[in-house]
Design a protein around this ligand. Sequence first.
Ligand SMILES: Nc1nc2c(c(=O)[nH]1)N[C@H]1C(S)=C(S)[C@@H](COP(=O)(O)O)O[C@H]1N2
Ligand SMILES: [Mo]
Length: 320
Amino acid sequence: MYIAKKPDIPSSEITPREVFENRRKFLKAAGFSVAAGAISSMLPSAVLAANERQKIAGFSKTAYGKDEKLTSYEDVTTYNNFYEFGTDKGDPVVHARLFKPRPWTVSIEGEVKKPKQISIEDIFKIAPLEERIYRMRCVEGWSMVIPWVGLPLANLIKYAEPTANAKYVEFISLADPRQMAGVRIPVLDWPYTEGLRMDEAMHPLTIMAVGLYGEVLPNQNGAPMRLVVPWKYGFKGGKSIVRIRFTEQMPVSTWMKASPKEYGFYANVNPKVSHPRWSQSSERRIGGGLLSPRIKTQLFNGYADEVGQLYAGMDLHKNF
Ligand SMILES: Nc1nc2c(c(=O)[nH]1)N[C@H]1C(S)=C(S)[C@@H](COP(=O)(O)O)O[C@H]1N2
Ligand SMILES: [Mo]
């Protein structure tokens, strides 16, 4: 997302990962650090150990994406968009280091039989956890292939018991200024919110991810749980969700508020519908190196057979 920052940046000029990597090394070498980084580097290592990598026991493998070439763990966990921890791709891995994803309670609200609260431990038990390898594409023009571990969102929705009035579901991320330096700056209208139509939310491809690469979700990827909707642009996947709200009216997401002409409610990956400032017809797979050719972006990110029906008869230029 390049709201207000660089109004005319064409997709071809979006910082390639290699350039970004070098810049990061340079900044490190130059001793550059901002607030959160400076604080964390003064803490004893025992505090940092809280965010050590931790395996998830008892998830099953699935056939989803079994023939895809995975993006490396390193790339998946160091090239992130998570504005609560800064607007640079390299910010979240550094500034989310001390973030505390546990204990964690999710509040279920709105058009439900009875509002309730559920702990992250209980969410892990709602349905058997599965690994699903999904292609992910950001509206900025890059993509990754990520082995998520999660549960079908449909199971969580069944647990929530929405009423017949529930037509949409809204996902609200944590906005804690003590832990997330980014929310002290009004780059977005915090908290970060996203929304889905009920049938999109219930679709079997939609998952609530709690891990990746067989391990508990790293903070920078949205710990302890984040939405994953593989046929939509990355920004639909709200991170570190604390509230799930069922509504009758279409919710207005953070990006729609920030720039309604650029970001619509649906945000389905569609090579034929350009972003007003850049084309969406091709993408760069992260990790391929500077010289790797761009690949063609596919309708619904290649998941058209599974999800095309959801949009039958809709004008996808209007409903972008
Ligand atoms: N709360 C929150 N969720 C968010 C974002 C964010 O800034 N804040 N960025 C979105 C965008 S633009 C993308 S591309 C994906 C990136 O997810 P990843 O870092 O796990 O690849 O997260 C999405 N979810
Ligand atoms: Mo994105």
